[in-house]
Ligand binder design. Structure first.
Ligand code: GLU
Length: 286
């Protein structure tokens, strides 16, 4: 009989995008991530997800580190003190994403798409996935999935999409909400892995990094449940082992809308300036 598998040491991560100041909703999700790591004697890493060119600003990345430290977060690896899987800034990890992209291309999983966002929105048959992404109507999808014979262009120009298998069920067990099931081609369609501005999509970058940084447990907002389904297809296509997932409820404002970076009044920065303490902000969280 095979000996029981020894569980990997818990490694969690905080992965803020520096597109604005962090708010209380981020802090609550991150707090759950930190608590879960602490309860399991694990470690937590910080990754700065600064890929989205014009929207990401170094001043927001600096502010995020400061605000998180003030709030009581501790991480053992990150952009400030490095670690064995540096760089912890996504903008400095492009060769890793490029290698995964080439692997997907060589195995025939992806195809170039020249449709604009508007083309897709306007396609009469384009329903939207639960997370608001239009389901790609398949305009540029080749008839057969096949390994391309031409050389991969160095500049990719098009958006490259992962071809899903229509009707395939993607199932996983969420650590909070239990069994999840998404149907490819119905709940989401062919999704971008590489952008026409020559950057990886969020889905590809996050899979490559969570695998490369040996993350065992991903804690994030429940708005990303359908993204997790897409990411599981990427793990599989790249031959990588996925982490466990735990999706947290999102914090809402008084009107019932989810908090966004535009809710400046609830930014950690503002709350701190107004004299709030981290202890009182998280009084009801445990
Ligand atoms: N940077 C992403 C965000 O802020 C992280 C999502 C994730 O946890 O995968 O939404």
């Amino acid at each position: 009989m095979a000996p029981p598998a020894i569980p990997l040491p818990y490694r969690g991560r905080l992965a803020p995008s520096p597109t604005g100041h962090l708010h209380l909703g981020h802090a609550r999700t991150f707090w759950i991530a930190q608590e879960r790591a602490r309860q399991r004697g694990g470690s937590l890493i910080l990754r700065n997800e600064d890929l989205d060119g014009p929207r990401c600003k170094p001043e927001f990345a600096r502010a995020a580190l400061e605000d998180l430290k003030w709030f009581g977060f501790n991480w053992s690896e990150g952009p400030d003190w490095g670690g064995p899987f540096a760089s912890y800034n996504q903008s400095e990890r492009i060769p890793h994403y490029r290698a995964a992209f080439e692997q997907l291309w060589a195995s025939g999983f992806i195809y170039p798409c020249i449709c604009s966002r508007k083309d897709i929105q306007q396609a009469a048959t384009a329903p939207h996935a639960e997370d608001g992404e239009p389901i790609y109507p398949g305009t540029c999808r080749p008839k057969e999935s096949s390994t391309l014979t031409k050389d991969l262009p160095t500049k990719t120009q098009a958006n490259w999409r992962f071809r899903v298998t229509d009707g395939e069920a993607v199932e996983f067990v969420d650590g909070r909400s239990g069994p999840q099931r998404f149907i490819a081609g119905h709940d989401f369609g062919d999704f971008p892995v590489w952008r026409h501005d020559d950057l990886p999509s969020y889905q590809l970058a996050v899979v490559v990094d969570d695998a490369a940084m040996r993350i065992t447990d991903v804690v994030r907002g429940e708005d990303l449940l359908p993204s997790t389904a897409r990411q599981l297809l990427l793990y599989h296509a790249l031959g990588l082992t996925p982490p466990a997932f735990y999706h947290c409820p999102l914090m809402k404002d008084e009107k019932g809308d989810r908090l966004a970076k535009r809710h400046d009044a609830l930014s950690l920065r503002k709350l701190r300036e107004e004299g709030a303490t981290p202890e009182e902000l998280r009084r009801d969280w445990d």
